[in-house]
Design a protein around this ligand. Structure first.
Ligand code: NAD
Length: 203
């Protein structure tokens, strides 16, 4: 069922978006809803999620599709598994958007970056994408999907050098891009597409 005046391109598809409480994740939720998808918005911040779902509902007052929120820290495999399980009763995952990511204020150059910031950044930006990819593939297989789409957010810094020191972030996004390339090849034969987005700074 379309949520706009024309047929949606995602009608009947079940989508999860991580980091959906703000920024790119929230805008993507609006776009996916407009295109007719059932959308589960997840984020580490429940208060921000509440505000975000209100915003989406205010744009689509006569929503004809499913729209729900659930807390999830993508660096926790248990959380990611629970988010994916949430879609069991919807018929499994068709689209997984691994969007959540951080660039910490203490991220710096090779000399100044604290190890704990390196680890935190990689736990969220890299392991989070791995966990999201893994559990989305398992859901697609379980539900016999013959095609699926998994989208991972890398960054332009995965491809070109940054003049602003942010070493942990840059390394993490390079890992997301490389990981996505391998996942795309490995899972192509089962109809699962993997793509990485590499945005330049948006704000
Ligand atoms: N905005 C840009 O200029 C830009 C450029 C290139 C890439 N990116 C990437 O795009 C993605 C989204 O960026 P954005 O600018 O919209 O960011 P944002 O900070 O506006 O939103 C990120 C969301 O992720 C959530 N989040 C943080 N840690 C989390 C965790 N552990 N588990 C789940 N959710 C968590 C935050 O609560 C927030 O709602 C990120 O991966 C970012 O690195 C952004």
């Amino acid at each position: 069922m379309s949520n706009s005046s024309r047929p949606g391109r995602l009608e009947g598809k079940n989508a999860i978006i991580t980091g959906a409480a703000g920024g790119i994740g929230l805008e993507t939720a609006i776009l996916f809803v407009r295109e007719g998808a059932n959308v589960l918005m997840s984020d580490i911040s429940p208060p921000a999620l509440e505000k975000a779902i209100e915003k989406v509902r205010s744009i689509f007052p006569s929503l004809t599709t499913k729209l729900e929120i659930v807390k999830c820290d993508v660096s926790s495999e248990k959380d990611v598994e629970a988010v994916v399980s949430h879609l069991e009763s919807w018929g499994g995952v068709d689209i997984m958007y691994n969007n959540a990511g951080i660039m910490h204020a203490d991220d710096a150059d090779a000399i100044e970056t604290p190890e704990k910031i390196w680890d935190l950044t990689h736990n969220i930006n890299v392991k989070g994408v791995w966990f999201g990819s893994k559990h989305a593939v398992l859901s697609m297989r379980k539900h016999g999907k013959r095609k699926g789409s998994i989208i991972n957010t890398a960054s332009v810094v995965a491809m070109v050098g940054s003049a602003t020191p942010q070493l942990a972030y840059t390394a993490s996004k390079g890992a997301v891009l490389a990981m996505t390339r391998e996942l795309a090849i490995v899972h192509a034969r089962e109809g699962i597409r993997f793509n990485a987005l590499c945005p330049a700074p948006l704000k």
